[in-house]
Write a protein that binds this ligand. Structure first.
Ligand SMILES: [Fe+2]
Length: 203
């Protein structure tokens, strides 16, 4: 009697533990984590009065940013594929001439007064986010890229970069990441001068 009860308990425990291990193993293996990458020297230092997710319009300006428009949508998930809501996504980037709006960037030329250079948004209940921006210009020796940070309750939990092409031979690879394919998006033309791209961030 005692033996059969003990065997039953061991059986139930074994089943419970194996279910737990399997579920955790599955939930951790759906997506690989997005690698961190350099913040770079041009994270904005001057607070903007307009820091929304529409970077091609600046509050108070009537014009539209110069360059090819990029509709960048995305989602933030954990490695188990669960949506991560209420996270702040910040992006900052160059204009088509490869210039940041930063006092430390000495690239000559006027900054585009109609381009916001830096924007932010929040992930919704499905973990999704959206930016309307322009395709960044490359600057030597980097490939074209968009910098971003993910913040949770004001604390930075990921700093990385989005790339649009594989770096060509001779282009400096970002040394913080060995999995650039996890940071690279396909550009899909929508119409002349307008592209869309989808980017998944996995925490
Ligand atoms: Fe950069």
């Amino acid at each position: 009697m005692f033996c059969s009860t003990l065997i039953r308990i061991i059986f139930v425990l074994t089943l419970t533990i194996s279910c737990f291990i399997t579920r955790n193993a599955l939930s951790e293996e759906i997506y690989p984590k997005t690698p961190a990458d350099y913040e770079g020297p041009f994270y904005p230092v001057t607070r903007q009065h307009d820091i929304d997710n529409d970077l091609i319009h600046v509050k108070g300006q009537i014009g539209v940013a110069r360059g090819d428009i990029l509709k960048l949508s995305g989602v933030v998930l954990n490695t188990g594929g669960e949506a991560q809501q209420n996270l702040t996504i910040e992006i900052w980037q160059t204009d088509p001439q490869g210039r940041y709006k930063h006092p430390g960037d000495s690239t000559p030329g006027e900054r585009d007064p109609n381009f916001q250079y830096w924007g932010a948004t929040t992930t919704d209940a499905d973990g999704t986010f959206f930016f309307k921006t322009i395709l960044p210009g490359a600057y030597e020796p980097r490939p074209a890229h968009i910098h971003y940070k993910v913040l949770q309750e004001g604390k930075v939990i990921l700093t990385s970069q989005i790339y649009f092409i594989e770096p060509s031979e001779g282009t400096r690879l970002p040394s913080m990441t060995s999995k650039i394919e996890l940071q690279t998006v396909d550009l899909k033309p929508i119409k002349d001068g307008e592209f869309e791209a989808f980017f998944r961030i996995v925490l």
